[in-house]
Design a protein around this ligand. Structure first.
Ligand code: TEU
Ligand code: CA
Length: 531
């Protein structure tokens, strides 16, 4: 049985906002905090009661905010601390909670801590980072190239798991642990309700290991942050390379007082053999990975984070479903398959209107430094066309083009010139169009979240998988007491789906069907009460 705290978190419907691309309020072409505040009623209308805000701290934006220069102040482009305090107040006024993005593994090299540390070995910040006379191992940066950079001031190498200007903090230094505890407490005092923690597995390292993470003191450091009384109420979700249930128990069992849940990434590997290479796959791969984790987390009273999209992934609808002719059916089928399982729903901005991967025809249209580094690497052995095809498939910018609020200039995102091109289909795919339609992805998401809210079986009910692994569809039930609901999600081909029980007329379906059993069109789905 889930503990009371985790059962409460099941009721959080979390919407992830990438501030740079959500809404620009002052015409500089960059999204900002006041822009977000202006859209809170939209989130309320959708049925959202929690927001995960990607980093908005002071940053030079080498990695769009994941390179922090001051954890206690707001990035100039996004506004001021007064704007942040107003956003928190306006969220709470609407009973919407705020989850901040904590980035404990590294800071920008422009952070005062790094600027002091590089001055030499005789200053209080000297050991805030990893410094070496010689490169100690063959670790590579996630953004390509060596994970070590020589610093001309200190005359030593420092470790950077990501961009050159993102230096890894040395958590073996107790002063770093205390400094990060103070950052968490600062934001708790601001009224923040939780944290998403960036690459949490990397804050403890064993330099002799092949892998830059999962070091010997990881759980000690996580507990140092969240095992304290002051943090006991928080919702915490870790971004981590955890692959098995034993490791997830060590991170998330309630009595561990570490994290509430983790983002489990293996469901995201469907549709690709690597980040930039597509693989013929279908919804079956996603279904089987979700079913595995549903069973494992249920058996261990753990919380499953239900997500497929975020700011680092091209939309999954473009990877394993049909984002063209059957875009509406695909987006709604995927939503029913994911968000009526047992767990905490995470919806990435644009997912609720069926936003698809963008297609840029020149590398000049891309902003992400990972994308640019990878493109340079590809171009050593590929033509420009080949390299651009892979970049268009895997670039994180696919998820970072501005939110399209309407079909007007710049999609209503900005009165200025957007920092990155809008999606080429924004006149077809935008909020205003979806909200004014009887049938749209937005309306389906709204109805689905309402069903989740109103039917306790979808929150606390037991899962039973009805379809078989070989079926090219997904049928499952959720049961609580004498309430039993069936969710039927067809995949890419038309077929008859016969159910082993009788159902009432569907309470929700993407193509308005009146019977739960029978012939299903591609990506057709239905939700019905079992008689
Ligand atoms: O991502 C780390 C991560 O594991 C993946 O994002 C991956 O390593 C990266 O996209 C390169 O393929 C987190 C944030 O989500 C990401 O946006 C940041 O760039 C990164 O950490 C560094 O803070
Ligand atoms: Ca702005």
């Amino acid at each position: 049985m889930l503990c009371a705290k985790y059962r409460d978190f099941l009721r959080w419907n979390i919407y992830q906002i990438y501030p740079r691309s959500f809404m620009d309020s002052n015409g500089d072409g960059i999204g900002d905090l006041n822009g977000i505040t202006s859209k809170l009623d939209y989130l309320k209308e959708l049925g959202i009661n929690a927001v995960w805000l990607c980093p908005c701290y002071k940053s030079p934006n080498d990695d769009n905010g994941y390179d922090i220069a001051d954890y206690r102040d707001i990035m100039d482009e996004f506004g001021t601390m007064a704007d942040m305090e107003r956003l928190i107040a306006e969220l709470h006024k609407r009973d919407i909670r705020l989850i901040m993005d904590l980035v404990p593994n590294h800071t920008s090299t422009l952070h005062p801590w790094f600027q002091e540390s590089r001055k030499g070995k005789d200053n209080p910040y000297s050991d805030y980072y990893y410094w070496f006379d010689e490169i100690p191992n063959n670790w590579q940066s996630a953004f390509r190239g060596s994970a070590y950079e020589y610093d001309d001031v200190r005359k030593q190498y420092y470790l950077h798991s990501f961009a050159i200007r993102q230096a890894d903090l040395n958590w073996d230094n107790p002063a770093v642990v205390k400094a990060m505890q103070d950052v968490v407490d600062f934001w708790i005092d601001k009224g923040v309700d939780g944290f998403r923690i960036d690459v949490i597995d990397m804050i403890s390292k064993d330099l002799r290991s092949d892998y830059n993470g999962f070091g010997p003191r990881l759980h000690e450091y996580i507990r140092a942050l969240f095992g304290r009384e002051k943090a006991a109420h928080l919702f915490t979700v870790g971004e981590s390379g955890v692959q098995d249930i034993d490791e997830m128990i060590r991170h998330c069992a309630a009595e561990r007082k570490e994290l509430s849940t983790l983002f489990l990434f293996d469901p995201l590997e469907c549709g690709r053999s690597d980040k930039f290479t597509p693989k013929a796959d279908s919804l079956k791969t996603l279904r089987d990975a979700l079913v595995r984790w549903q069973r494992e987390t249920a058996a261990q009273d753990l919380l499953h984070s239900l997500f497929t999209d975020n700011h680092d992934q091209p939309p999954i609808i473009s990877r394993i479903a049909d984002d063209g002719e059957r875009r509406y059916e695909s987006a709604t089928d995927l939503a029913a398959m994911l968000y009526l399982l047992k767990g905490v729903p995470f919806i990435y901005q644009g997912q609720e209107i069926g936003m698809t991967a963008a297609h840029y025809d020149s590398i000049a249209c891309f902003d992400d430094l990972e994308t640019k580094n990878v493109y340079r690497e590809f171009r050593r052995s590929m033509t420009e066309e080949e390299a651009l095809a892979k970049i268009n498939f895997g670039s994180r910018d696919n998820a970072r083009h501005p939110m399209a609020w309407n079909g007007g200039d710049n999609g209503g995102f900005t009165a200025g010139s957007p920092w990155i091109a809008l999606h080429s289909r924004y006149r077809e795919i935008n909020v205003e169009k979806d909200r004014s339609a009887e049938r749209s992805v937005f309306r389906f998401y709204q109805a689905l979240l309402k069903l989740r809210r109103e039917q306790p079986a979808f929150l606390d009910g037991e899962l039973e998988v009805i379809s078989a692994p070989e079926d090219a569809y997904f049928v499952f039930t959720r049961t609580l007491g004498d309430e039993k609901w069936a969710v039927i999600c067809n995949f890419e081909r038309e077929q008859t789906i016969t159910l082993p029980f009788a159902c009432g007329a569907p309470a929700l379906s993407n193509l308005g069907r009146t019977e739960a059993s029978g012939s299903y069109r591609p990506y057709e789905c239905a939700v019905a009460r079992v008689r």
